[in-house]
Structures are given as C-alpha cells and as structure tokens.
Design a protein around this ligand. Structure first.
Ligand code: ASP
Length: 338
C-alpha cells in the first residue's frame, strides 16, 4: 500500500467513526426528547353522517381544530398540561355547537346548570363545580376552586358566590340562549324524561387531556348536562374519578356519555387502575372499560385519554364522538364518526 492510499484509508476510518458517533448521539437525543400530546372531545352519541350537512360538519371540524391548537400551542411553548387542557376546554365552552358553557342545554325550569372539573397528575390536585348558573367558563372556576380554595367540589349558589368573590366573568341568560336548544327542551318538557344534548341522542360535553414537556398529565371536562334535567341532577363530568381523572403514574382521562352509568362504573379511575394495578397499556385499559364494562350495563358514550409516553386513545361505544388529537410524534387528526 502506498503512503497516500494508507493515509486515505486512515482518513476514511476516522470519518466512519465520526459519523457512527453522530448517529449514536442523535439516537440518544431522540430518546431524551420529551413528548407532548393533547386530545380533546366534544361529546359522543348517535352522530350519523346522514344527519349532518356539509357546512355543519365543517363548523364542527373547525371548532375542534381550534380547540386542539389552543391547547397544543401552550404545550409547544413549554406550558403546563393544566394550562393546555383549560385553554382547549374554554375554547369549546365558548363555542355554541357544544353542550358546555355558552352552548349548554336547558334544564326543566328553562335555566342552564353547568358542571366542570379539572385535575393534575403530579400532586393529584383537583377542582370541580356542579350546578352553576351564569358562569361564563365553568372549567376556569373549577381551576380556581382547585388553586384558591381548600376544597375540591363546590355546588350551586355557593360556587357562584365563590366565583364572584374571585371576580370571574358572568354572563346573563341571553348569552346562553339559543332557539335550537330551547326547541329541544320544548319537545320533552312535559315528559318525565331527560335527554342527551340533541334529539338525535348526542352527548355534547367537552373535555381535554394533555401531557406536557415536564411529564405532567392533566384532564378537564365541562358540560351543561342533560336537557330537561331537574332536582339539581348532576352527571359524571364534575365527579373526580368518574368523568375526569389524572395521575402521572398512569394516564389522564376525560369522559362523555350517559353520566349515571359513568358514575356507577367510576370510569376514569378504572382506566387508571387497570394500568396501575394490572399493568395494562392505555389502549387495553380503555377498551376494557368502554367496550366491555360500560356496554355490559348499558352505558353509552366514550372517553379520551393520554399516557406518559404521549399515546392518545379515543375510545367510544356510540355511533360517533367529536374528537381530535395531536402529539409531538407527528400524529394528529380530527374525527367525528366511527
Ligand atoms: N356526561 C354528561 C352528563 O351525564 C353528558 C355528556 O357527556 O354529554 O352530564
């Protein structure tokens, strides 16, 4: 071998070693790169393609996309999962298409009684509110209860007094009025039944779950409950463990569906328990609870969930669920039907 070819081979060897090192460090970095993820829902139920117009579907898709962006942009900037789920849920509460905040359904007495909750998975802090009227963003009030009171769940007039004390925004009845929702009430007011969000049996509750850069999980849910509800009926949405749950050891969950069944099945906590005590994956745990346990007792609805790796699961046993998700692994989507 000539001197020059020996030099070339040495040089070649060095280059190869160097590129191997680069590949090695890149893979370590990728491993260390933290995931962020968000998933949202705008209710589950009998949502059929046949009963949807093109413009209505577009409006729903746009609202879901806006809610994802509101939460994801918080996460991208290094913000907390709590801030992210609150931002997403507030965006849905402000949209009249969903049964929460502005779009809440009517009670039997022609009022709007709203429920909401929020939870974070690091210290297991939670806040919830049930049966409040006039509060513009019930999820914001739930957060305030979590952070500025010694309590977890406040209800009715007391919760409203607390909201006023905290200078939270209130709206008058006009803000919550829509002819469409009023017609839904008129249809069934004289009957003894309560009804889900729409005449086509849809649960319009909204919710969000998120994982932030610091590995913290959070979940939030907000609803107007069921049309024609009375006697201060409260569903699963403000019940920690039923409609909402978050735990950094397992997952964050937000539910939508026939609340009475979700309370009896302690749905959100059950998903977390199956992961924690049985070592199941998020997908396995959600499927057992939604597709088996709930179905067995006749509980219609679904849930969204995220785990500590940023995996999102959106599972439902009804015809459809308004839903969307996005994670830093490049997965995202907005879907309505099965
Ligand atoms: N889960 C809610 C409730 O029972 C309803 C819904 O999801 O739309 O109050």
């Amino acid at each position: 071998m000539t001197v020059s070819s020996r030099l070339f081979s040495l040089f070649y060897q060095e280059i190869t070693n160097y590129s191997c090192l680069l590949v090695y460090f890149a893979s370590i970095n990728r491993e260390k790169m933290k995931q962020i993820a968000i998933a949202i829902h705008g209710g589950a139920g009998t949502i059929l393609r046949s009963s949807m117009t093109e413009s209505k579907e577009l409006a729903y898709r746009e609202a879901l996309q806006n809610a994802i962006s509101a939460g994801y942009s918080v996460l991208e900037k290094g913000g907390s999962s709590l801030d992210a789920v609150q931002a997403s849920v507030m965006s849905l509460e402000d949209c009249p298409l969903f049964n929460a905040g502005k779009g809440s359904v009517f009670t039997h007495d022609g009022t709007h009684e709203m429920d909401a909750s929020i939870m974070e998975g690091k210290a297991l802090m939670a806040g919830a509110v049930a049966g409040v009227q006039g509060v513009r963003n019930p999820v914001e009030l739930a957060r305030m209860i979590m952070e500025k009171s010694e309590h977890v769940l406040l209800t009715g007039k007391g919760a409203e007094d607390f909201a006023r004390h905290m200078n939270m925004p209130f709206e008058n009845a006009d803000y919550f009025f829509s002819q469409f929702r009023y017609d839904q009430l008129k249809e069934i007011r004289d009957s003894d039944t309560v009804q889900l969000d729409h005449t086509d049996k849809k649960f319009g509750t909204v919710g969000a779950v998120a994982l932030d850069l610091h590995g913290n999980l959070a979940a939030a849910t907000s609803t107007g409950g069921m049309t024609n509800k009375r006697y201060n009926r409260v569903g699963d949405s403000p019940i920690i463990g039923a409609g909402t749950y978050a735990n950094n050891n397992t997952c964050a969950v937000s539910c939508t569906g026939h609340g009475e069944f979700f309370i009896r099945s302690v749905v959100a906590y059950d998903v977390s328990c199956l992961m924690e005590y049985k070592g199941l994956s998020l997908r396995e745990a959600c499927d057992i609870v939604v597709q088996k346990k709930l179905v067995k007792i006749g509980g219609e609805g679904g849930l969204i969930a995220v785990d500590t790796h940023g995996n999102c699961v959106l599972s439902f046993n009804s015809e459809g669920m308004y839903r969307g998700w996005k994670n830093s692994g490049g997965e995202d989507g907005v879907e309505i039907y099965k």
